[in-house]
Design a protein around this ligand. Sequence first.
Ligand SMILES: NC(=O)c1ccc[n+]([C@@H]2O[C@H](COP(=O)([O-])OP(=O)(O)OC[C@H]3O[C@@H](n4cnc5c(N)ncnc54)[C@H](O)[C@@H]3O)[C@@H](O)[C@H]2O)c1
Ligand SMILES: [Fe+2]
Length: 386
Amino acid sequence: MTGTVRTFRVPAQISYGCGAIETVGVEAKRLGGSRAFVVADPNLQKAGIPDRLMASLQGQGIEARLFVDVEPEPSVQSVTAAAAAAKEYRGDVLVGIGGGSALDTAKAAVVLTKNPGSLEDYFGIGLVKQRGVPAILVPTTSGTGAEITPNSLFYVPALKEKKAVVSPHTIPDVAIIDPLLTLSVPPGVTAATGMDALSHAVEAYTSQNASPMTDLYALEAVRLIGTHLRTAVANGNDLAAREGMAKASFYAGIAIGNAGTNIVHALAYPLQGQHRITHGVANSLLLPYGMEFNALSNLRKFGAIAEALGEPVVGLSPRAAAAKSAEACRLLSLDVGIPQRMSEVGIRPEHIGVLVEEAMKQTRLWANNPRQVRSEDARAILEKAL
Ligand SMILES: NC(=O)c1ccc[n+]([C@@H]2O[C@H](COP(=O)([O-])OP(=O)(O)OC[C@H]3O[C@@H](n4cnc5c(N)ncnc54)[C@H](O)[C@@H]3O)[C@@H](O)[C@H]2O)c1
Ligand SMILES: [Fe+2]
């Protein structure tokens, strides 16, 4: 690590706290907004979640249009339509509210307000030329950290792949995290998104690009998830648990935004692209297996993860302590009701070949992995997870 230069980027402003949604109008005005395009999804609209945000904008004299045609785990086509609607509206500030699906749709729409061409032109790393209109992102799930990261993910049906736009220009100007917005998230979504956040924290903490700055956020996110996820799933109205998970999600977002993900997300993307398994469930299925494979690379850090998840590690050898980290994640996902094996979500042995091939294409993520992974290794891990 000595002598290695690390860059640390986060949104220019992060507001956190119960009731923070009420500040959206003031922030939009501060950013020079007078006409806001707001992106949410239809379920959120039905639940009335964007209402307070719209009132906050209108309270500041900002004209606002609510757009809700967001797909879950959005396809490039749906995002292109959202971006076209945003462009046509000619807003001077763009607000995204929702889970990762709505926030990623909003991020793409922001890019296309000021950059020519189509979304596909920006798939890859660092291809976005300039920032779009000012942006505010408001998460309503505790999982993706999309309100913080430079990433956005889109499903390309023709390729059966998830593709990423990775650019610091997609980090919003303002992230507003209000745990009260997560009280209505159903238990299954709470569990899957929480396990996504745990994968972020574990992968960032053990990434090749980890730094002392990302380690602070990543390990604290692991600890918060170990403390709060079970309660948040068991009783969605427990505000302390929701607050703990909201913090964990944005800390883990800060960690992956700067250190990246690796083995778990790389193996999980093909499950989403080829078989349309939900992002959080796909990661959760692979998390313990990825950790078992990687533990060898840094027994100390994997031991610290076990300890942060509440495992008794005092007196254990570094190897035994590290082994407890994967076991603790497995128990957590079991407790919160996530499937434990890929076969439970329809994956069969004959699918493994394509999953390996597709996973090996995730070179952006493999570059962050602390242990070298050959395709035989990926196959062995996927076979274990079957
Ligand atoms: N940009 C990033 O850095 C990043 C990181 C991880 C994942 N992702 C992407 O994010 C997407 C997944 O996002 P997600 O896991 O947040 O799920 P999601 O946005 O698809 O939401 C899941 C479901 O929960 C509902 N929901 C959301 N908030 C709610 C609330 N407060 N109350 C009731 N229902 C609510 C939604 O309407 C939807 O039906 C995937 O496409 C994934 O690839 C992006
Ligand atoms: Fe993720």
